[in-house]
Design a binder for this molecule. Structure first.
Ligand code: ZN
Ligand code: ZN
Length: 731
């Protein structure tokens, strides 16, 4: 933490700087004595040397160097896990106080955010409540480290979340001051008080203003921070924002949270439910007006007016119904785009019934196919919108949550890919946390605003059928429209068209005459055809991905996913837990794994928004190309070959024998072997005829699948505790 403190924070940052200094000093110090020194060996994690020193009696685990520091301190601050374990086994004092700051080894490890060292020390009885000479306990120090997973781990230890340091700062104030929105969120979820005041009367909200992180500010206000709270000098957080020039962030936070300047909720003119309904229905009405406009006016004025009407609709939705001050904000959380799809379908059907059906009896087959497409399209659209996309289960109790965290930590893989900080739950493979839906979605493909839902394990098939029938429905509609106009006797006499506005029409006169016959139908067909562009691209990429057993998310971010050849949690990054760089991006992101394909969040320009809507963003992100290149090389454990990939897709994972909502590990032997073995086991169970046991291995008996998957990795539920503990990497 290198704070550039504003005046009001000088006191804190000074302390902090000293803390930093002494820790760095400690870290960089090399003892000038000979190499066989136990302190140097502990810094380097040289287990062999430590062991020989201890065995030969030349050193003891309880020795202290010139600065009164134990070898365990040195091993802990350098994240030397095996050395720590060896020293503890050799009788090192887990809560030894040492160094200038009179701190324990765990405090040294916490300052660095070394999750697995912290876990080891706690397992050996380290006390997280001990405070150093500055009054920082392990919770404060781990908050300083900005490492989210160690913070999570520590929050589930017996330490008071609102404990104060020497100046009365709580961990929440520190997180707010550092602009760590994720830590702020996590602390608030664990009951940290947003209203406490430090010795200078500053609340966490005052501190959040210092760094001006709008997500942190918003979360604090959501959780009940008082906007009018005054510090010892009578300043409110807003006064401080003015003083520190972070008023922009302050205003945006209020705006995004839907509050006015005083922190009162801005409300729309209607209840939430009615607002949603109105937003869904509005496009249908407006489209009727737009098409009538296009039909009734000369084309040049018609188009202008139609565009104006379209923007008028957008204005009504965002500014009136939602009562927001910007145009793109929060529209995604409403059924606006789904309403546009529904409205388009309504008017296509209307045109079909009123015009095409009666006049083109000779195209019976095309009519039949069109009707079929419309029926399937509407039904699957409805299903894709209303079905649950695949919500991943959350732990039912605090005890269960704690055991999940403990298990993951002891397996050396408590990180953003295995655990969702927002849901406080294990994160299945191939799932993603959707910020709009606010949940983890199993085998997440993407969040689709057009169906007002995520597309995931549970509604992906409906979504694909919807897009497929949409594309073919439009094609049949265009075909029938063409047939309809072809059948019209062309009014050849030019004087007939002279009375209309054809003189200004850019089309050839014969075509113009035809379209003039029914401009309403022409506008509807043109609008529908316009949709063919993006739906066709969407359909093609969806089918390709299904054949490859990949999701949109995976294609866009292939390198990040360990089970598909990425680095996964095996890096140092994984060992530290998630460490976010608030220096580079001022922590706008609440999602620890950044938010995949759809949100892209870093540069969310309006063109990005449009590309996202049209589904083109995956082609413009740059990552897609490298993702595709890797896709051909990386081994995808889910890949069963083209035919069976498709079968797996249509059977929702039956071919692989997985349940995506609860799929946490790739079996060592591969999915196919695991499935076969499970079937054999089920058969044997069946022969045993024990009805009671059968329930646990019954298909859909989630526990059964989970257990056999875990067993196949050589770490059944029982084995996953500390006994077989081998961290993935300790560099
Ligand atoms: Zn989640
Ligand atoms: Zn979603």
């Amino acid at each position: 933490m290198q704070p550039a403190p504003p005046t009001s924070t000088a006191a804190v940052s000074q302390d902090n700087a000293t803390a930093d200094l002494s820790f760095t000093q400690a870290l960089n110090q090399t003892t000038p004595e000979e190499d066989t020194n136990i302190f140097v060996a502990s810094q380097r994690g040289d287990v062999a040397t430590i062991r020989s020193l201890l065995d030969s009696g030349r050193a003891r685990a309880t020795d202290r160097d010139a600065q009164n520091i134990t070898p365990l301190h040195w091993a802990a601050i350098n994240a030397q896990l095996p050395a720590c374990r060896l020293l503890l086994d050799a009788g090192a004092d887990v809560d030894a106080l040492g160094g200038d700051l009179v701190a324990t080894p765990m405090q040294w490890a916490a300052r660095g955010g070394y999750l697995y060292v912290i876990q080891l020390l706690i397992a050996h009885g380290a006390d997280p409540t001990i405070a150093d000479s500055q009054g920082y306990n392990s919770l404060h120090l781990v908050t300083h480290s900005s490492s989210i997973m160690p913070l999570l781990y520590l929050l589930h230890q017996p330490v008071n979340v609102d404990s104060r340091d020497a100046q009365g700062h709580t961990a929440l104030m520190w997180a707010a001051y550092q602009g760590d929105a994720l830590s702020v969120d996590l602390l608030l979820r664990h009951g940290a008080s947003p209203t406490v005041q430090d010795d200078a009367g500053l609340t966490p909200l005052h501190w959040a203003v210092v760094r001006g992180n709008r997500v942190a500010i918003r979360r604090l206000i959501e959780k009940g921070a008082v906007l009018s709270a005054k510090d010892a000098e009578g300043r409110t957080p807003r006064d401080m924002a003015v003083e520190l020039k972070s008023l922009g962030a302050w205003k945006r936070a209020l705006e995004e949270g839907g509050w006015d300047d005083e922190g009162n909720k801005r409300r729309g003119p209607m209840s939430e439910r009615n607002t949603r309904f109105a937003i869904f229905v509005l496009p249908t009405l407006v489209f009727g007006v737009v098409f009538t406009t296009l039909a009734g006016l000369p084309w040049y004025t018609g188009i202008l007016l139609a565009i104006a009407e379209f923007f008028g609709m957008h204005h009504i939705v965002t500014r009136v119904l939602l009562n927001k001050t910007s145009y793109t904000d929060s529209v995604n959380t409403t059924p606006y785009f789904a309403g546009i799809i529904a409205g388009s379908m309504v008017w296509v059907c209307y045109s079909w019934v009123t015009r095409l059906v009666g006049q083109t009896q000779s195209h019976a087959l095309a009519h039949l196919l069109f009707a079929l497409c419309v029926g399937l399209c509407a039904y699957n659209f409805f299903r894709a919108v209303t079905l649950d996309a695949g919500t991943c289960p959350r732990p039912g109790s605090d005890a269960e949550l704690k055991s999940i965290i403990e298990d993951l930590a002891s397996e050396g893989r408590l990180n953003g890919q295995t655990f969702c900080i927002q849901c406080m739950a294990r994160k299945p493979l191939r799932s993603k946390h959707c910020r709009i839906c606010d949940k983890c979605v199993a085998r997440s493909d993407h969040h689709c605003p057009w169906v007002w839902n995520c597309v995931g394990a549970n509604n992906h098939r409906q979504f694909v059928i919807f897009v497929l029938t949409l594309v073919f429905g439009i094609i049949f509609f265009d075909y029938l429209t063409y047939a309809y106009f072809s059948a019209i006797p062309i009014p050849i006499p030019p004087e007939a068209s002279e009375s209309t506005e054809s003189s200004s029409c850019p089309l050839p006169s014969s075509l113009c005459a035809v379209t003039a016959h029914d401009p309403f139908l022409v506008s509807v067909a043109a609008w529908a055809t316009l949709q063919l562009s993006w739906t066709f691209v969407l359909l093609a990429s969806q089918l390709w991905q299904i054949a490859r057993q990949m999701t949109t998310l995976e294609v866009s971010n292939l390198g990040r996913y360990g089970f598909m050849g990425g680095r996964g949690g095996a890096s140092l990054h994984g060992q530290m837990g998630h460490r976010h760089q608030h220096a580079t991006t001022p922590g706008d992101e609440l999602d620890p794994t950044a938010s995949g394909a759809a949100a892209g969040a870093h540069t969310h320009t309006s063109s990005g928004f449009l590309m996202n809507l049209l589904g083109f963003d995956r082609f413009t992100k740059g990552r897609a190309a490298s993702g595709l290149a890797r896709a051909s090389k990386a081994s995808n454990p889910f890949d069963l070959g083209l035919v069976r990939n498709c079968q797996d897709f249509w059977t929702k994972g039956k071919e692989l024998g997985v349940e995506y909502e609860r799929l946490y590990d790739v079996p060592m032997e591969g999915f196919e072997e695991a499935k076969k073995r499970r079937e054999r086991e089920e058969e044997m169970e069946g022969e045993g005829g024990a009805g009671g046991v059968g329930t646990s291995t019954r298909k859909g008996g989630k526990k059964g699948i989970l257990e056999s998957l875990a067993m196949s990795m050589g770490m059944g539920r029982a084995g996953s505790s500390r006994g077989g503990y081998e961290p993935i990497s300790q560099v």
